[in-house]
Design a protein around this ligand. Sequence first.
Ligand code: PLP
Length: 654
Amino acid sequence: METKTTQPSAPTAAPDPESWSVASSKELYRTEDWGMGYFSIADNGHLVVNLDPDRERVVDLYEIVRGLDDRGISSPVCIGFPDLLAARMQEMSDAFSDAIEANSYRGSYSAVYPIKVNQNRALVKEIETGGRTHGFGLEVGSKPELLAVMGLTVDHPDRLIICNGFKEERYVRHIMLATQLGRHVVAVIENINELEILISNAASFGVRPGIGIRLKLDSLATGRWHGSTGDKAKFGLTIPGVLKVVRRLREVGMLDCLELLHCHMGSQLSNIQVINEGIQDLARVYTDLQKMGAALTYLDIGGGLGVDYDGSQTNWDFSTNYNLAEYAETAVYRIKTVCDEAGVPHPAIVTEAGRAMVSHHSLLVTDILGVSRIDRHALTDEQAEAELGNEKHPRVVDELIENLLSVTPDRLLESYHDALQSRQDALTRFRVGLIGLEDRGFVDQIFWSICLKVIRLSSDLDPLPEELAELEQQMSDTYFCNMSVFQSLPDSWAIDQVFPIMPIHRLDEEPTRKATLADITCDSDGKIDRFIEHEDVAPVLALHPLRKDERYYIGIFLTGAYQETLGDLHNLFGDTHLVHIRYDDDEGWYVDEVIEGDSVGEVLGYLQYDVRELFQAIRRDCERSVRAKRLTAAESRVLLAAYESGLTGYTYLE
Ligand code: PLP
């Protein structure tokens, strides 16, 4: 994917308070496009969350963040809205009900939520309870996930539990146990070795387990996660493998246990045509297996329902060229057509959509700790001109000043190239001692001044030469965020995923700075320099200049899927605080649940540090220092108390 080469205004564009409005912010940050009606900007310039489609229950995100701060829950904080989760489940259920009705489809629909997408207990419980009315189930991909789900579904054993992932003896024994407890479990055979384990355990437990087969679809691997399907996919059976399973199950008298056919076409599927063709292939296999005597009743089309992160509604990697209604219609129509042609009863359709179900419900808010601005060092033309011909400077300084004074719209690239050359000459001479440090610093200042002037004058160029687009990023500000990309936004680092990012207040003011974001880890990869733009990635984000004595907050949106659980402890920054916000018709928003982020002691514990031992070591060290008279006893007490409270404190900047 290419970085976009046409750029908006230069980093130092002059504010125009008259012409800026909330509508301008909506357009700039594309809130209405990716926000899907859940997020919008209020007249006071605050980002608001709409908890229902009629926008009757609306909460002000900035107010929530301030309110959390008053309660001692400081940013970075991950905020979840159970109402948005409920809304998403309702939308999925409605979309399939409508498609089923419109197509006179005779099967049912059930979503199973793959808990690996976000295993947070409160969230899974919310889906388990909220999904009851819709008949939704859960999907697990490992032993621990199955054990967790068994515990959560005690009161509703009838819900579908689909078991994917590698299965050894013990996983299969858990499946038998769950079946004996009355759970509706389907063990999906991912590779041929699992079949014999399943058959032998079924015999020894005296259980007739629900069995599924995961099919590798070779024709349609696509999207960023295309490795999840196709002949070389890690999971699933090829057609010969499927046939082998059917023959073996028939041989041992268990073909009636085969109730589900599954295929996961990949995650974040952007193109509806690919989905359409994949479902057609899958349905064809389904009908033929039926005819071979398999008692199939479920057709599981897997996950992959995409999220439109940039709101462009295109088949770009981080968008989708379809909506939920079209997805449901495609699935229902295609399956019905294939089944009708084959004279096979319509199956119950199952989806394993994870990302699309939970992305919207949570977001991360971080405060900006400070800004690094190159233009602080820039000189005005007048300041530079005053130095022209000053004999204390080397010749290259005059060269650069003359260049600065002669930058005009018709020779922007030329000025930039000349400036690069002059600066290079100055560096070479500095290395061999012909130029001192003061002059070297002055050269940089004039060089940056030229760059900024070039960027400013190039704002109307279309197309903007690539070099100047890169220059804008190099000259942009760096806003330091109180967060760890590795902990809170791992996909941004690992797979270049883009998320909508924007300030959550001051949206009635023009954001006059252009910036990239840096986190507080000591890792140069701990940065965000890819931002959403229509079907493209922008290298800089428009932000407001910081104000003295006012905290500036930005929100990172659609982070409910994968981000919370894939995060790691880089630099020992742990989980952020997680809060669930609910709404009361009389009192407005309130904090329903707070899951405190990791303390320093906890993250040290994860890595096998014995926190008590550490404390005792510091205590002994203090005592030695007191004896050696480097510390007084009172000072040692203060130091020890600080160490102790540091261990219980938040890992982020407080
Ligand atoms: N089902 C299976 C088997 C998966 O491997 C995945 C994710 O990769 C999912 C469902 C969820 O996919 P998504 O979150 O894209 O809907």
